[in-house]
Design a protein around this ligand. Sequence first.
Ligand code: ABU
Length: 357
Amino acid sequence: MSVVQSNNEWDPLEEVIVGTLEGAANLTWEIGFEAVTAVEHLERSRSYHLQAAGRPISPLAVNKAKQELDEFVNVLKNEGVTVRRPDTVQHARPIVTPNWTSIGGNCQANPRDVLIVFDDEILEAPMAWRSRYFEFWAYRTLVKKYFASGARWTAAPKPEMSDASYDPNWVRGESYVTSEYEPLFDAADIARCGRDLFIQRSHVTNDMGIEWLRRHLEPRGYRIHRVEFDDYRAIHIDATFVPLAPGKLMVNPDRPLKEMPEVLKHSDWEIREAPRSTLPESHPWFHSFRWLSMNVLNVSETKVVVEAEEGPMQDFLSDWGLEPIPVAFRNNYSFGGSFHCATVDIRRRGGLKDYFS
Ligand code: ABU
């Protein structure tokens, strides 16, 4: 039987890949990165990344984050979850293709962006940033093992990421930086609720990417719901629209849905707005990361890993009948994500079901 088997965000977690901070590099400044940078940070971020791009992140800066990540892994193991780790890839080296060059890569901290599981299939996303072009490499040792166990293995079309893939005239808050030249998506723009998949149009997921997923998955009985939010930095659905359990959807009060999907309009799902984060404004990346408090990881329908200092989120989960498992993780935010981003679930116990009928 395939080791790979997962259909939603909440069934009991049995096996997971947790990212690693080894080999991380300072991101290269590119148009896709600029589009998701908070306006308040634009100048500072641009000048920092223009000079630091492609250089390794110093071990000193990584140490505290590593300690948190190790503790997170221990917590998952104590919950009975099998934890796998990617290979180390050195991202502090240029990426060269026939069309373009990136000074460096990124990191392996966020497997959720790269891989997604639909039942017994593991799928590699095309991605949308040049610095992330080869991020899938670090997972290939694991993916080949999963394939050997009987999993289906699919890679979405590898994009060109040529200049035509981006709209140089994109307008902040009005349009997206990714054009419709070719299918692009990050796996973290998909929220899985059994046969119903919610996919965000964002700066890293275009309509051709959503259409590719539709044609790939609908013949197998999935229903694709395209969603859009009022969010000028839209990237990844997992701090915006978070299904916690059957009938329980947590949403971001600062990022309302532009249009309620029909399937939700006609369902008995309860939708609650997440509480605001306790992250202090003095946190260096406050404007980018204030909603990572929502980036929680279910180990089951009732147990959820949540950041240790997010008291209001812990209370919110308890009030809704869920048990929070607090784990410190804020030093990992500098790598772009929290618990959901830092993982990709490989196996959750339970089958492919309908939750909206
Ligand atoms: N996957 C990270 C999402 C961060 C955010 O939406 O703010």
